[in-house]
Ligand binder design. Structure first.
Ligand code: ADP
Length: 493
């Protein structure tokens, strides 16, 4: 019996292959950096051939490094940077132009025009998204409008569109399978997440021919079989999900009210809200969490632009710490924040404020303030920003979150985890496997392949490494949070 799951984690800056055993434990990992291109102001591209070559390289690499035979791989799961847009020729398999990466802002004017014409409400009501260049729809239209001959070929059905999951699946299956999963589809701005189908009105609005689009499947599904030349034996692809949704799944957040929050350079939080679509009243996104055997779960999603990046600034911009790991001890070396707050709006403020023109500030400095207070303020900011997001999510969902499952490079810092628990007044759980994105893809693939029996089975396999329970008295919490709110007010002013 094949016993390993191969997870492909195709991210913005790197491609990784991870091997998991049937208990969800990591067996091995192989990674390769991915080149980004910036051909114009605000443009961000990748070469699809690099994405494909790197995927082959890391998958073959991880098997070799750990002497695992291809026949021992039961299934493949794919997770990916979301929204990045690729269009390729169905006959040759070649992309008509570079992939347009989610960060790319070239369609800002197109979005503004659509907004000015009053289309945002329709987009939000059908997709749960905002009318923003971030999502695939306007990127796809840009390709059809600007790559010579693309629109005509698309109308003849000669081209295929896909996000990175879909492109990889096509390549893995030798062009046999043109399919995506519902979480990736939900980020295109073309997919109606209530009716769960490509939306004719949105397609007409963006002038996208339906013939371009992939079939949309459940997250655990028989997507197709990777041909033998990929790793040496044919292997079924049985799980796919966009990276943030995969992380939610990898954190086993299967019940409404459960939240995963990832603290890397920025922070992404998703809250499972169950089977009922709820539009956000707090400028968050509503998105598909996952769909299994036709049963859908939605999530509310919020992003903080600067999390770990604030710590990088303390290190590289100010030079007051040597490494990010030092911050834990430094924060503990002072009794409190000394009234010092850092609002890390270096690139504007994200949810729930959405003020792109805001800039960062440190407030409350007195002659008694030291670099330790500043470091502490940088860490505390993660707690306050999380509290802001959680309040908005809870308000949208109509009930509070039950617990926060954290991951990302920053949560190695136990002080930060405790502070998040204290200031949100919610238990924070740090898992044994913090590679939750790849783990989520592996869980999905393994579920379909029969290695995991059910969601309960997966929940039982998910292991908590440390639980941080809220300990701060409510008066102290309120006082600190009021201080943060006042600091944000100054920044917004
Ligand atoms: P990404 O995936 O976005 O590149 P990671 O998940 O690898 O990011 O996390 C790296 C970030 O976490 C960096 O911004 C770094 O400053 C921060 N970080 C890493 N270790 C710590 C720590 N012990 N305390 C605080 N911040 C940390």
């Amino acid at each position: 019996m094949p016993q390993f799951i191969l997870a492909i984690d195709q991210g913005t800056t790197s491609t990784r292959a991870m091997l998991f055993d049937a208990n969800g434990h990591i067996v091995g990992m192989c990674q390769k950096e991915l080149q980004l291109y910036y051909p114009n102001n605000g443009w961000v591209e990748q070469n699809p051939e690099d994405i494909w070559a790197d995927t082959q390289f890391v998958c073959r690499g991880v098997l070799q490094q750990h002497s695992v035979a291809p026949a021992d791989i039961a299934c493949i799961g794919i997770t990916n940077q979301r929204e990045t847009t690729i269009v390729w020729d169905r006959k040759t398999g070649e992309a008509v132009t570079n992939a347009i990466v989610w960060q790319d802002r070239r369609t800002a004017d197109m979005c503004k025009e659509l907004k000015d014409k009053g289309h945002e409400a329709t987009v939000t009501a059908k997709t749960g998204l905002l009318l923003d260049p971030y999502f695939s729809g306007t990127k796809l239209r840009w390709i059809l409008d600007n790559v010579k001959g693309a629109r005509m070929k698309a109308e003849h059905g000669d081209l295929a569109f896909g996000t990175v999951d879909c492109f990889l699946l096509w390549r893995l299956t030798g062009g046999k399978s043109h399919a995506t999963d519902i979480t990736n589809a939900s980020r295109t701005m073309l997919f109606n997440i209530i009716e769960q189908k490509w939306d004719d009105e949105l397609l007409a609005l963006l002038q996208i021919p339906k013939k371009l689009l992939p079939e949309v499947r459940d997250n655990a599904s028989d997507f197709g079989t990777a041909t033998a030349d990929f790793i040496g034996a044919p292997v079924p692809v049985t799980g796919m999900a966009g990276d943030q949704q995969a992380a939610l799944f990898g954190q086993a957040c299967f019940h409404p009210g459960m939240v995963k929050s990832t603290y890397g350079t920025g922070c992404f939080a998703l809250m499972n809200i169950g089977g009922e679509f709820k539009p956000s009243h707090n400028k968050m996104l509503t998105t598909v969490a996952y769909r299994l055997k036709g049963e859908i779960h939605y999530a509310i999603e919020g992003a903080i632009f600067v999390a770990g990046a604030a710590i990088q600034w303390l290190r590289d911009g100010l030079g007051i710490i040597k490494s990010a790991a030092d911050t834990e001890k430094i924060a503990q070396s002072v009794n409190d924040n000394g009234g010092v707050y850092m609002v890390p709006a270096f690139t504007g403020l994200g949810a729930p404020y959405w003020e792109p023109h805001a800039r960062a500030a440190v407030t409350g400095l007195t002659r008694g303030a030291t670099s330790a207070h500043l470091v502490r303020a940088g860490l505390e900011a993660q707690g306050y920003q999380t509290a802001d997001l959680m309040q908005a999510m809870a308000d949208d969902a109509g009930y509070p979150m039950s617990e926060i499952r954290v991951d990302g490079g920053m949560v190695k810092n136990g002080w930060v985890c405790q502070f998040i628990a204290d200031i949100t007044s919610t238990p924070v759980l740090r898992p044994v496997v913090t590679e939750t994105t790849a783990l989520g893809a592996a869980y999905l693939a393994g579920l379909q392949a029969g290695l995991f029996k059910s969601l309960d089975d997966i929940s039982a396999k998910w292991q908590c490494e440390q639980r941080f329970s809220p300990q701060m008295p409510s008066s102290e919490r309120e006082q600190l949070y009021d201080g943060w709110k006042a600091a944000v007010k100054q920044v917004l002013a």
